[in-house]
Design a protein around this ligand. Structure first.
Ligand code: GAL
Length: 418
């Protein structure tokens, strides 16, 4: 009898030991992930989903995407769902004001501080980034990457053919742009509306410099200051060298113009590196080249995609497992090399990244970091919506002083710097 009892104890101990191997908790049901990473933008997200499915085979993952670069359409759909009380389990949102000024302010997100502590993320992510996704009441999302906004893309061989090099300043660009035009080459490829804002922020950073850029968003330098007006003037000049059909193109089509040799340059975030390397299979450095957008060398305009846990998410446990994967070293280093971004973690395995990723990581480590307007870091959605109208007005009138004045008005209206 005693032998039997000992055997039972041994069996029980063995069972306990092997339990974690089976999985702490077998998850099941669904997980709906909402983002704008559709089609060409999908492979990196798919890599994460594949990892999730391998770890949680019983969960049905619904990859709910709404096409449209920079979330132009997805954000509207998300708003309807959130306000209608039908939140997705987890959704893509930019770190910074896009998250804090909307869903956190409206008290629609769960505080994730517990997960950050449990996963050791307080040390794994840079403190500055945790600040962007937090308030004094909590931490509201998990960052999956760091993208760079201020990058100019080109094809080295084409530049050689045209006898030019990548411009380090807008003046250098203006020196070569007319020659390109004469040869029937578009100097700077541009696409639909949001990419115009994207170009604006790179031009404004070049014109203002990092200190003044930060001062504008801190409410310490007015948009209609002489410096602010100058930025719009420079932007107007740059626009003269862009393609006429911009508004009908996606960002990928603007990248294609460069890749096909119809355009010399394109200023776009480094998801373009993901598109060219992952989708188009071009080799970084030879198939495509890059530099900081003109006049912004030594400055890294960043943005970060993140995912959160909305209150009332139908499958909360599955979301926690999703977020745990997103924030992990393995998840991050599976996602980012395909996406063109770098890991938001400080312990990323750089051997997994191509030459573009390695160079971005090196720049992130030494450059002056500033936040992106077009991708949610510096301003709230209210400002962004109003800014679209200011931009529309500028595109029609090309009146820099009027645009700067209108920008100042919407900054005050939307509490910029408050
Ligand atoms: C950005 C987003 C990137 C990329 C890009 C183009 O806003 O942060 O991850 O998706 O839009 O759609």
């Amino acid at each position: 009898m005693r032998k039997l009892i000992t055997l039972c104890y041994a069996c029980a101990a063995l069972l306990l030991l092997s339990a974690p191997l089976v999985s702490a908790k077998e998850l099941s049901g669904k997980l709906e992930i909402f983002s704008w990473w559709a089609g060409d933008e999908g492979p990196a997200l798919q890599a994460l989903i594949d990892q999730y499915k391998a770890a949680h085979p019983q969960v049905e993952v619904v990859n709910a995407t709404v096409t449209g670069g920079s979330g132009v359409n997805a954000k509207a759909v998300l708003k309807t769902r959130m306000l209608g009380g039908e939140p997705p389990d987890s959704f893509q949102v930019h770190a910074g004001q896009e998250l804090i000024g909307t869903w956190v302010k409206a008290d629609r997100m769960e505080d994730l501080t517990f997960l950050f502590k449990e996963q050791g993320w307080m040390d794994a992510f840079p403190a500055g980034l945790v600040k962007q996704i937090g308030t004094d009441k909590g931490i509201w999302s998990v960052p999956v990457n760091i993208h760079r906004s201020n990058v100019v893309w080109y094809v080295p061989e084409n530049l050689k053919k045209w006898g030019i090099t990548a411009p380090a300043s807008w003046d250098e660009f203006f020196a070569v742009a007319p020659k390109l035009k004469e040869q029937g080459v578009v100097p700077l490829a541009l696409a639909e509306n949001w990419t115009v804002n994207h170009l604006w922020e790179s031009v404004a950073l070049a014109s203002l410099g990092a200190d003044n850029w930060d001062a504008v968003w801190a409410g310490k330098l007015a948009f209609d200051s002489p410096e602010g007006v100058k930025a719009w003037e420079l932007f107007g000049k740059v626009l003269e060298y862009t393609n006429q059909d911009a508004s009908s193109l996606s960002w990928q089509q603007a990248t294609d113009m460069v890749v096909d040799g119809r355009a010399a340059f394109n200023v776009m975030g480094d998801w373009a590196a993901g598109y060219m390397a992952t989708t188009k299979k071009f080799a970084p450095g030879t198939g495509f080249g890059w530099a900081a957008s003109p006049g912004t060398g030594g400055q890294f305009m960043f943005l970060a995609d993140s995912f959160g846990l909305p209150k009332g998410a139908p499958n909360r446990d599955n979301v926690i497992a999703w977020l745990s994967l997103l924030g992990s070293r393995e998840g991050s280093d599976a996602f980012n090399p395909l996406k063109g971004s770098i890991s938001a973690r400080t312990d990323s395995d750089l051997s997994k990244y191509n030459d573009y990723g390695k160079s971005a990581a090196a720049d992130f480590g030494k450059d002056r970091i500033v936040g992106s307007l077009a991708h949610g870091v510096t301003a709230n959605e209210g400002f962004m919506n109003d800014f679209a109208s200011v931009m529309e007005m500028f595109l029609k009138s090309r009146n820099a002083a009027a645009a700067a004045k209108a920008a100042q008005q919407i900054a005050v209206k939307n509490g910029i710097g408050k």
